[in-house]
Design a protein around this ligand. Sequence first.
Ligand code: BES
Ligand code: ZN
Length: 632
Amino acid sequence: MMKKIIDQLLLVACSGVILFNCTSNQETSKAYDEKMKEEDQHSFARPDEAVVTHLNWDAKVNFKLKKIQAIASLTIRTSSEAKQLVLDTKDLAIASVMNGNNEVLEFDLGEDLPFVGSPLTISITPQTKNVVITYETSEKAEALQWLEPSQTTDKAYPFLFTQSQAILARSWIPIQDSPGIRFTYNAKVQVPSDLLALMSASNPLEKNNTGVYEFAMKQAIPAYLMALSVGDIQFSTLGDRSGVYAEPSVLAKASAEFEDLEKMIGAAEYLYGPYRWDRYDIIVLPSSFPFGGMENPRLTFATPTILAGDKSLTSLVAHELAHSWSGNLVTNANWNDFWLNEGFTVYFEYRIMEAVYGRDYSEMLALLSLQDLKAEIVDMKAAGDFKDTSLKLDLAGRNPDDGMTSIAYDKGYFFLRLLEETVGRDKFDAFLKDYFTSNSFKTMTTKGFIERLQSQLFDAYQLDIKPEFYEAWIYNPDLPENCPVPVSDKFENVDKALATWISNQSKEELAASYGSDNWSTHEWLRFVRGLPDSLSKAQMSNLDEAFGFTATGNSEVFDAWAIHVIANQYEEGYEQLESFLVNTGRRKFLMPLYREFVKTPEGKEMAKAIYEKARPNYHFVASSSIDALLEM
Ligand code: BES
Ligand code: ZN
């Protein structure tokens, strides 16, 4: 059914000559967009006919009903033959649709299709400039997570946050929810007067006593970057243009953890050009936030699981910051090109980390990535998803979430690193800087990138590089043999230590010969991940007594350890494991653990029992993945 609708969409979008009312400046960007264009299979929008350019959002956040009641006033640009404006919606109750003169417009809310929701088709004329939609969200709104006070860190006030990427913005705003369509926005949001509201926009620094907050995002963004957070939130400054928001009890820890943020912003600008979004703030959300981080412009959303106390997990901040260029400035045109967002961002992230903490540090990150990537390819092959191990995806008729694997991130990273190593860092950096500058606030397709790579890099420097070189990386599954291999003396040391430990299990020798007392989080991660799959009870206990893995406060190390706890039925670790699963909503941590559980029937039973307690704490994007895994 969806395929049929999409095919129809393609037909309509491709047929007929559609003329835009536009100035010559827009003409240029239109010519550009045409060239770069590929259809977005996950949006009903028909931007060639009528496209949203600005959103004015007037909303009331109702915690009692767990609903947002809102008026979305859209400014649109129409073609000379426009008859309809098509928006994406999911589970929205539409009360009325009017034009800017308060005249009622006819509309049709289409059938609700899996993943993509219902098209909202509004009758317009080429003269229609504004469309005003009064609506409310439903209890099912997939982007929204409403938390009871007990589900927050401080347990005193309720909390709401959104997660719009990839295609969930449509569950709280009727909008053209396609990464290729950008608009500016203003918002006025009414929340309970004891709470603060924040958006991916200019933000207040503190509560006022009215509970009404106003926002402006003057740079055009795609819908997946729409974001809102409401709670008992305080702010602390980190530098001239950065700061951190969090619940009161988390604020001090968060601001200590992110003390290097200004350095990261400086390093990023030095590498690839000015930061274009004025401010960069981070909000640390309650623990049910389903991702490590989300690059909402001006306000990164982050999981509290990166607060390790020693700054050791802050590469995540470098990652979300890097998205301010890769993703937010130059945006994947559709979700099949997701690697353009994430692969570039991982590359950029490691360059920031290298600039701030040195090459030794960034090489450890890169090696952990390579390990992840190889494991992911083996798993995907086994699961029959081998096709999805190519960078360019085919997500037609599927949930775009299916493509959000470490392939886009890590294979994307290694491809860009290979390019760097092939042409030399100076040339590659100049190419990237220009890529970000000349495509700012635009979209990019894989094809567009390849053309640019050929002309601006290979041809410009007369490098004889054949298309087969990059095509294999982009269009073929698996990992090409010329994948770069990061070098880390520290990890070589850990690997030797591992071999020693496996043979004699001596903590003293690890400390004396391999310096394990001073290992960083990344060395411990290498160690824990390198442990054999099968360990005896005695070996597990020895490890735990020696290194305190079960009691570690480091979420990444615990997550890696917990795999062994499950695989080896290490009962001493169960209590912590359950508490971790119940209190953490970050999908990247949860999925490997639940996957490990379901490998045995007893494990699956245990997983189900824990999940029953944990599920109310998970956001839709996590619970929907785990529901499927546990066949709930
Ligand atoms: N944009 C992503 C998160 C995302 C991807 C949300 C796809 C929805 C769909 C974000 O930038 C990200 O990659 N987060 C990672 C952290 C990172 C350090 C790899 C995460 O959440 O683990
Ligand atoms: Zn990312």
